[in-house]
Structure formats: C-alpha cells, structure tokens
Design a protein around this ligand. Structure first.
Ligand code: GSH
Length: 224
C-alpha cells in the first residue's frame, strides 16, 4: 500500500515552494516510494485535521494503520532501512536532523516570522521593533556562521547524502531565497548541490503542480 501525504487544499503564492510537505515528498522520491496526496482545508481548519495533527498543521502521512506528523519524525520513518539512514551513522544523522529543525530552523523560522510580520502585517502582524528583528537575524546568522565553517570541509553533513541533508537543506532554503546566504559560499553550494538532485526536482515539480491544480479547482468551484 502506498503512503498518503497530506498537505493543504489551497494556499496563496507566498508559501508555495516552502510548505513542509516538500521535504516529505523529497524523502519519498529519494527512497523511491510511491505516494498519493490528500488534502486538509487550510481555512478553517477541520476536526478531522486536528484528529491527525493536534496543532492542525501539515505535513501528515498515513502508511497503513499508522498516522504520523512532524516532518522530522516522518522523514526518519521513511528513511528507516534505506541509505538515507545508514546503520553505522544512525546517531550522527539523527543528531544533524534534529539540529536542522531544533537549532537552525528554530532560529531562521523565528527571524522569518518577524520579517513576515513587517512585510505583511495584515496577515502575519503585528510587526515588531527593528531591534527585535535584528536580534533574531543575528541569532540565525550565528547558526549559519557555524554551519559555513563545518560545510567548508564536507560534501554532505554526515558522511554520504542522508535524511539529515534533506532537512538541513530544506531549512536553509528560506535564508537562501531571502538573500541571507550571500557571504556563505559553502552553504550556498551545499543548497545548490542538494537541490540539483533529481529527487528534489521531482518533489518540487509535483509540489508546484499541486498548487496549480488547487488554483484550477478553486476557479471551477467559483463557476459551479
Ligand atoms: N514542526 C512542524 C511544523 C509544521 C508547520 O509549521 N506546518 C506549516 C506548513 S509548512 C503549517 O501547517 N502552518 C499553518 C499553521 O500553523 O496553522 C513540522 O515540521 O512538521
């Protein structure tokens, strides 16, 4: 039976390309697992959604009787028994996957939230003061500085390409697209190298095709 991946039924342009179902699609592509996509309403959130994900977020997967949320837990589950989570590096790969989410994404997500509140106060506001935004940016930069030194001597973060790279690179894509990786050549190369992988390209194409289909379905329902 194939995995079912849940994402939103529709979202505006801005988060497309960055919704976290992408990292799950990437892991599924890297491991060669077939999957189907199902949706939950973005607004308003549904009880059915909350029953699968207590915080009413995505991604979620179903695999047979198992329902799983948290992108890191999903990625580790999918990586189990595959080269994405090699037995002899299991602890190290897990460490870096958690570092991606709990150290790097925690810092970049905090900064991005403040930037969005500044840019789109009607949606993400109220905006913070500039010194608070700058403090969050410096906090993120401290993590990027450390990673830049580390990645200057490595191709992948923990030996061969692993599930930790999927998480770390997906987390770094936000500072990258926001211009925050300029001055970090090793990190910029790392992101470019990973996102050139056919599995990433396929995951991204399918992710964007999902939103285009969602636009069409929305148009049709307006005319119905
Ligand atoms: N720690 C969670 C974060 C999930 C998350 O923030 N999902 C976003 C989409 S990328 C979401 O559903 N946001 C809507 C909301 O929080 O209401 C994970 O990694 O799965």
């Amino acid at each position: 039976m194939s995995v079912v991946l849940y994402t939103y039924d529709w979202l505006p342009d801005f988060p497309r390309g960055f919704v976290r179902d992408l990292r799950v699609r990437w892991a599924l592509e890297e491991t060669g697992r077939a999957y189907a996509v199902a949706t939950v309403p973005a607004r308003p959130k549904s009880d059915g959604h909350r029953a699968m994900q207590p915080f009413a977020q995505v991604p979620i997967i179903r695999d047979g009787d198992l329902t799983l949320f948290e992108s890191g837990a999903i990625a580790l589950y999918l990586a189990e028994g595959t080269p994405l989570l090699p037995e002899d590096r299991r602890a190290e790969v897990t460490q870096w996957l958690i570092a991606a989410l709990n150290s790097v994404e925690a810092a970049s997500g905090g900064w991005m939230g403040l930037v969005l509140a500044e840019r789109m106060p009607e949606f993400f506001g109220p905006p913070s003061t500039p010194d608070v935004v700058e403090r969050a940016r410096r906090n993120m930069k401290a993590k990027l500085d450390a990673l830049e030194t580390l990645m200057s001597g490595r191709e992948w973060i923990a030996g061969a390409f692993s599930v930790a790279d999927i998480m770390m690179v997906d987390v770094l894509r936000i500072p990258d697209v926001e211009g925050q990786l300029s001055g970090y050549p090793a990190l910029a190369d790392y992101v470019a190298r990973a996102t050139a992988r056919p599995a990433f390209r396929k995951a991204m194409d399918d992710h964007m095709a999902h939103w285009r289909a969602a636009d069409e379905a929305r148009q049709m329902s307006r005319f119905a």
